[in-house]
Ligand binder design. Sequence first.
Ligand code: ADP
Length: 318
Amino acid sequence: MKRIGVLTSGGDCSGINATLKAIVEEAYKNNIRVTGFLEGYNGLVNDLAIELTPMQVSGILQRGGTILMTSRCEEFMQESGFNKALKTLKEEEIEGLIVIGGDGSLRGAKKLVEAGVLCVGIPESIDNDIYGTDMALGVDTALNIITNAIDIIRDTASSHKRAFVIETMGRESGYLALMSAMASGAEAVLIPEIDYDIDSIMQRLKLEHERGRKYSIIVIAEGVKKTQEVAEKLKVEAEFDTRLTILGHIQRGGNPSVFDRTLGMRMGIRAVQSIINKKSSVIGLQGNDLKNVPFDVVFSNKKVFNDMMLEFARLKSR
Ligand code: ADP
């Protein structure tokens, strides 16, 4: 094998650059050259190829974002765009492709495999909603950022009967909200996966405040789409001095945590080895081991919370 390709697609997160560095270094160790395609699938469709050498990936390990840039590419989803992507892979003499991306990007990778391309996916998504991996790349850094932010918000809590409503990212997934609520000792959490009872939460918080609690923290996943409503209810009906914080894009940036750096590097090395071994698959972290999970398995299953997480969610959502 002489040359492999790599692209980063969809929503970005921290840890991608560490992964790219590991990919290039592992490839060079095996005398394989690496082409980077810029802007996700757009780089395949429009042949935006650059040479990635160990020199170019030096000093990027600790940086957030992705040096290859990312995008959402509608054209790749059309037949004509997809065929242009296949043509680029042929012309650039790419013998195997590594796709670093979220659910949508990995679906794109699955289509490439079905078209005969040797392709390995690295799951990257702060939503942690990809089946087959306990943790996707970027989740840990996002969780650390959120938990830090909640700690800071908590530090400012001084007045009595104050409610802090904090919205986390995660699209349809409540993983970030649930885990950060757990890690920061929030009094309530609302996630899309679990039925919640806002009135019952308010009654509980009121009771706790009557017993002496000074302030409450309520974490809401964006997928619930009720953040403003809950904040308003707490203010008007329960008469809490309510503060609303939508954390937004700070959750995607920042230097990657040690966990994401090492996860990305391990996944990157495994991806190159999988390409060499001609194993089209998604790299999944299961327990402490990396596995090659078939694309079909990833997309025919749904990731669910374990019993302990579900019990915590139920307890805190009413
Ligand atoms: P993420 O990878 O973070 O989930 P998106 O869902 O926006 O982000 O997907 C990123 C890109 O992957 C899309 O812009 C498109 O180019 C490609 N993609 C997404 N879904 C599919 C699909 N079902 N088939 C082929 N390509 C897809």
